[in-house]
Design a binder for this molecule. Structure first.
Ligand SMILES: Cc1ncc(C[n+]2csc(CCOP(=O)(O)OP(=O)(O)O)c2C)c(N)n1
Length: 628
């Protein structure tokens, strides 16, 4: 390493010339590939944003100037240039640095991220605060073409164009979301990147303006340049969306050409008002396997950096994959089934479904809110819409779930992937709230399967339910590898299943916690505490009949769920016990009332006590602490 190791802060970067910056870019690339190959992470987005990051930190003066990342999965170079080279090896590991910008981690991480489409709104808030406080610094929001498909980004653009404040938005356009980016916006971006004549003429005009001394760039001259630009534009392009919204549009610029990027940022720094620079980048830039397959290398686990091949353990499929296969089987039988994904066909296991039923798979972009209301519309016409979202991203569409689906009691099927702790992506991505946020909504039915066979039964039940909204939540990770022996069964709504009898204590377990509970019950029973286990299956409605029957004579009722302990399944059981006025010892196990850090999924579950031994320990502590 020639330059990178001497860059302690962006100030050190400013001493380098263009050839040195190019070498630094290469060093950053190598470091990122090396660490991500060992720790997993978001490789392709970060590789595509290296030159952009160098140019931004070269021209702007962070942390005084504020650089705000969207999603933040492309910010590895930013971390390396802002004092985190030494800790970068710990990326995404428990106790190590986060895979996303995190305010607590660095003063350079101005705004935490993980979910898409937030950067413009956050940056605009900072801009308005700056102006109200009469402070003087620059604010830059970076957003990808994928994240721009999110409604919130458009709300931010709308507001920023209206307020006419001094803000720069960098649109990092690599034509990719995680999958290929889709939508009318995408089409528009392609259109404007393919009219070079206009952009060339236009940038000549701006070049001229920029050649004038700073003091001479008056409002009048800027306006004149606008007018010339507009005249050219009207000759060549019918509409310019960003300009129509009040942004000065610059670009398209080659996002891997450091000197061009520095040049344009230096010029733009002198122009006040809302500006948007459109840069064109290649996802995975500089690492051949990632350039060829940017979707796979978007975010991945360990891999061999020489070959690009994943280093995988046991070859069991994931819940998402099994889910996708079940969807195909069900859709073959039932033409009304359609699937909706918000920019995640591969992550949700729907990529094969997309091949099999291209006209029945709707990738709506990063638009969870729209996905839900779009599904509601489909349901009013008798279709069977299956909305497949990660638990953490469904949070975005809460009002749509309540107002558009549940209030109208529409039969939308929610398949909620990545429920529970997800691992290295950390608190922005853990799916630890869905049971709590869905449970209070009237009409909603919520299920959680203990394994892949039950997931099939639940999906079959859901698509044949038809009476209203119904949700299935399942975890990130591999299935158990069980043999499918039968056709799927329709489950009676709200019925749990007693899996093991025992006279002393009762565990009622939800989804991913059922097998650990059975193991715990075995250990407890061997130690003399006979433990019964119920597989809850339904979080709403709960099986009041079975609970009432099975609590009889028990010394302790335990609930366990991979969800926050607040307002989750355990609370539902407590509410029921209170309703029927039963006084009994209860222990609710789940995720404590705090945001859970990043780290290996298995390790996190161990630390949270969401394992068989964890359950045994908690029960032991409880029994020792109380006289039952
Ligand atoms: C609200 C939300 N939905 C979905 C995701 C999952 N996600 C992470 S990155 C990404 C694609 C972002 O594409 P883009 O903004 O173009 O950045 P790129 O990865 O191409 O650099 C998606 C869909 C998310 N982070 N947030």
């Amino acid at each position: 390493m020639k330059y990178l190791e001497n860059i302690k802060s962006p100030d050190d970067l400013k001493k380098l010339d263009i050839p040195a910056l190019k070498i630094t870019a290469q060093e950053i690339r190598e470091k990122i590939i090396d660490v991500v190959s060992k720790n997993g992470g978001h490789l392709a987005p970060s590789l595509g944003a290296i030159e952009l990051t160098l140019a931004l930190h070269y021209v702007y003066d962070a942390p005084k100037d504020k650089i705000i990342w969207d999603v933040g999965h492309q910010a590895y170079a930013h971390k390396l240039l802002t004092g985190r080279l030494k800790t970068f090896d710990t990326l995404r590991q428990y106790g190590g640095i986060s895979g996303f910008p995190k305010r607590a981690e660095s003063e350079y991480d101005v705004f935490g991220a993980g979910h898409a489409s937030t950067s413009i709104s956050a940056a605009l808030g900072i801009v308005v605060a700056r102006d109200l406080k009469r402070e003087n610094f620059k604010v830059v929001a970076i957003i990808g073409d994928g994240a721009l498909t999110g409604g919130m980004a458009l709300e931010g653009l709308n507001n920023a164009g209206h307020l006419e404040k001094d803000i720069l938005i960098v649109l990092n356009d690599n034509k990719m979301s995680i999958a290929k980016n889709v939508g009318a916006f995408r089409r528009y971006l392609t259109k404007i990147t393919s009219i070079p004549t206009y952009h060339k003429l236009r940038s000549d005009v701006w070049d001229l303006v920029n050649k004038l001394p700073h003091t001479l760039v008056s409002k009048e001259i800027t306006e004149l340049a606008h007018k010339i630009g507009d005249g050219l534009k009207n000759l060549i392009v019918p509409t310019m969306l960003f300009e129509g919204l009040g942004f000065e549009y610059f670009g398209p610029v080659d996002g891997h050409n450091i000197s061009d990027l520095i040049d344009i940022f230096q010029k733009i720094k002198r122009i006040r008002g809302p500006k948007l620079v459109h840069i064109i980048t290649k996802k995975g830039k500089g690492y051949y396997p990632a350039e060829v397959d940017p979707t796979h290398f978007h975010g991945l686990g360990k891999f061999d950096k020489d070959t690009g091949l994943s280093v995988t353990g046991k070859q069991l499929p994931s819940y998402s994959k099994v889910f996708g296969n079940i969807m195909i089987d069900l859709a073959k039988e039932d033409k009304k089934i359609v699937a909706i994904t918000a920019a995640m066909p591969a992550g949700t296991g729907l990529d094969d479904f997309a091949l099999e039923f291209p006209e029945r798979l709707f990738d709506v972009g990063i638009a969870e809110q729209h996905a839900v209301t779009f599904a509601a519309g489909l349901a009013t016409e008798g279709m069977k819409p299956v909305v497949v979202l990660y638990s953490t991203f469904l949070q975005r569409a809460y009002d749509q779930v309540i107002h558009d689906v549940c209030l109208q009691n529409l039969p939308v099927i929610f398949c909620i992937d990545r429920a529970g702790v997800v691992g290295e992506d950390g608190p922005t991505h853990h799916g630890t709230f869905d049971l709590s946020y869905l449970r209070p909504i009237p009409n909603m039915v919520i299920m959680a399967p203990k394994d892949e066979i039950e997931m099939e039964d639940m999906l079959y039940t859901a698509v044949n339910y038809g009476k209203g909204p119904i949700a299935i939540r399942y975890p990130r990770g591999k299935v158990y590898g069980l043999q499918k022996m039968k056709k799927p069964n329709k489950l009676p709504i709200g019925k749990s299943k007693l899996l093991k009898q025992g006279k002393d204590i009762l565990i009622i377990a939800v989804g991913s916690m059922v097998y650990p509970s059975l193991d715990a019950a075995k250990i407890l029973s061997e130690r003399g505490t006979e433990t019964a286990v119920i597989n809850a299956r339904f979080i709403k409605p709960i099986d009041e009949g079975l609970i009432k029957k099975e609590i009889k004579g028990k010394k302790l009722i335990i609930t366990i769920e991979e969800n926050t302990i607040k307002a989750g399944f355990g609370t539902a059981v407590l509410e029921f016990l209170q309703e029927v006025n039963v006084k009994i010892n209860t222990l609710n196990i789940g995720i404590p009332d705090r945001f859970i850090e990043h780290g290996n999924q298995k390790l996190l579950r161990e630390k949270l006590g969401l394992t068989a031994l964890g359950i045994v320990k908690r029960v032991g502590e409880y029994l020792n602490g109380r006289k039952l």
